[in-house]
Design a protein around this ligand. Structure first.
Ligand code: NAD
Length: 486
């Protein structure tokens, strides 16, 4: 694949703005520079928030049906450029192209379209009182929404916020992650071409602290912040947003348990665990890579799982046969390796690296990238650092358990609570365990399937608030009660 060059820009008030102080855009698979992006500071954030505020006057009062038509054109534009966007996501993230072409971009478009439809197909509550009064509820837009997104699944996560924010009548300033600025810029191009009015959707590129992210969070004219990223960043953002009393939704880290009972269909469990551990080379908040297997199945599962994971092929993201991409950058690769190597690996001495743990030999130019072979560490203990902290790389851990109650307490024995996988053929057990695990989403015998109507979010350190369907409406609108006298 010929190396492209991206001159990434901000998108402010309907205009593409480049120049100023910039930063390099790197391709994770080789670490080569493939473009530049401008760093937004106070001036750019101010301009974008000002444009969003001005546009809100009209956009917020516009009928939902009219907004729906415009957002549908935006979604159609995304679908029309699906091939290009699939490639962009691989240049941004280093994820294998084959993971982007099977529905990923369609989901990006659906995130916009779903909420555009939702607003016109859903009514609100009305309560006729015994006294003859009628109370009814209006869901009105809040104002300017600041959206702050991470680098791991950038287009999916940004549209997951852009869709409801705009459909419910807010205007938006998006601050994408500095490591993946291209996709947001492309989305802005499509929004522009689809005729979204100037100022309704703005993008300011830049970093977090002392940069676009922090200025957006602290800006007095931003009414709400929807953030996805690390738990420590979420805490900082919440503190900063408190001064200006913004509402904040925070989707943060995860450490998903994957509980496999002895009665599970072992081949299906292997396939599900492959995806839950290694999708997006494990850089996934929802990863179910903390595997616990009931003792009678433990060795058989591990053997089959290791054989299947060995078949994952790292390499050129644009090669259709590549099934394991590059990590986002050298520092992140070192952080992930830090769980495995060095003087103090993050597990006790009885644990064993059953697979991987090393970098693949890929030859030029991919030797310059940030690859790690699919890795499995078996026989870890619950208190090991690798069992407690988010690794965010292609590293699965495994430990045996005996009883159902023990599995539940192991699953819940971390500070996170975003998602979980339970694998069993016993329906009653599935219902019991899914109900008992601390997680915003539990998949039974599968992974990463979700209807856009259900709540998405985390418990404990994984998040505050829920988004999806009516839950997004709750966050992105002000609910107003009107009481009609008879
Ligand atoms: P990060 O927290 O480093 O950065 C996320 C975003 O916040 C970036 O745009 C960054 O520039 C910005 N930011 C950083 N510091 C800021 C500050 N002080 N003020 C304002 N903005 C700031 O996260 P990351 O490394 O990009 O992403 C990986 C993390 O995201 C992992 O922990 C992962 O679990 C989490 N994640 C969670 C979900 C979810 O749905 N819960 C989804 C994807 C990723």
């Amino acid at each position: 694949m010929e190396k492209p060059w991206f001159e990434v820009e901000h998108y402010i008030g309907g205009e593409f703005v480049g120049g100023g102080n910039g930063f390099d855009v790197r391709y994770p698979a080789t670490n080569e520079v493939i473009g530049t992006a401008p760093e937004g500071k106070e001036a750019e954030v101010d301009a974008a928030v000002g444009a969003a505020q001005e546009a809100f006057g009209k956009w917020g009062r516009m009928g939902a049906g009219e907004r729906r038509l415009m957002l549908k054109r935006f979604a159609e534009g995304i679908r029309a450029r699906a091939d290009e966007l699939a490639r962009v996501e691989s240049w941004d993230v280093g994820r294998p192209i084959r993971e982007n072409t099977h529905g990923y971009v369609l989901r990006v478009a659906a995130n916009i379209e779903f909420f555009a439809d939702f607003v016109v197909t859903h009514g609100s509550d009305a309560y006729p009182m015994d006294t003859g009064y009628i109370n009814y509820v209006l869901h009105q837009p809040v104002g300017v929404a600041g959206l702050i997104t991470p680098w791991n699944v950038p287009m999916m996560l940004s549209t997951w916020k852009i869709g409801p924010a705009l459909a419910f009548g807010n205007t938006v300033v998006l601050k994408p992650a500095e490591l993946t600025p291209i996709g947001a810029w492309k989305l802005a191009q499509i929004a522009h071409e689809s005729g979204l009015p100037p100022g309704v959707f703005n993008v300011v590129q830049g970093f977090g602290p002392d940069s676009a992210g922090a200025y957006l969070t602290a800006h007095p004219d931003v009414d709400l912040i929807s953030f996805t990223g690390e738990t420590t960043t979420g805490k900082a953002i919440m503190k900063s947003a408190t001064d200006t009393l913004k509402r904040v939704s925070a989707e943060m880290g995860g450490k998903g348990p994957n509980v496999i009972f002895a009665d599970a269909d072992v081949d299906k469990a292997v396939q599900t665990s492959l995806r839950s551990s290694f999708f997006n080379q494990g850089e996934f908040c929802l990863a179910g890579s903390r595997i616990m297997v009931q003792r009678p199945l433990y060795e058989e599962f591990l053997e089959k799982f290791a054989a299947a994971a060995k078949g994952l092929k790292p390499g050129d993201p644009f090669d259709e046969s590549t099934s394991l991409g590059s990590l986002i950058g050298p520092e992140h690769l070192e952080k992930v390796e830090g769980f495995l190597n060095g003087r103090s690996p993050a597990f006790h001495s009885g644990a064993e690296v059953r697979l991987g743990g090393d970098r693949p030999d890929l030859g030029a130019p991919f030797d310059g990238g940030n690859y790690l072979n699919a890795t499995i560490v078996a026989d870890v203990k619950p208190e090991d650092r690798i069992s407690q902290e988010e690794v965010f790389g292609p590293v699965a851990t495994a430990m045996p358990f005996d009883e159902e109650d023990e599995a539940i307490s192991l699953a819940n024995g971390v500070s996170y609570g975003l998602s979980a996988v339970v694998q069993t053929r016993d329906l009653g057990r599935a219902v019991r365990v899914a109900g008992a695990i601390d997680a915003g989403t539990v998949w039974v015998n599968d992974f990463f399937v979700r209807d856009l109507r259900v709540p998405f979010g985390g418990m404990k350190s994984s998040g505050m608030g829920r988004e999806g369907g009516v839950y997004s409406r709750e966050f992105f609108t002000e609910a107003k009660t009107v009481c009609l006298s008879n």
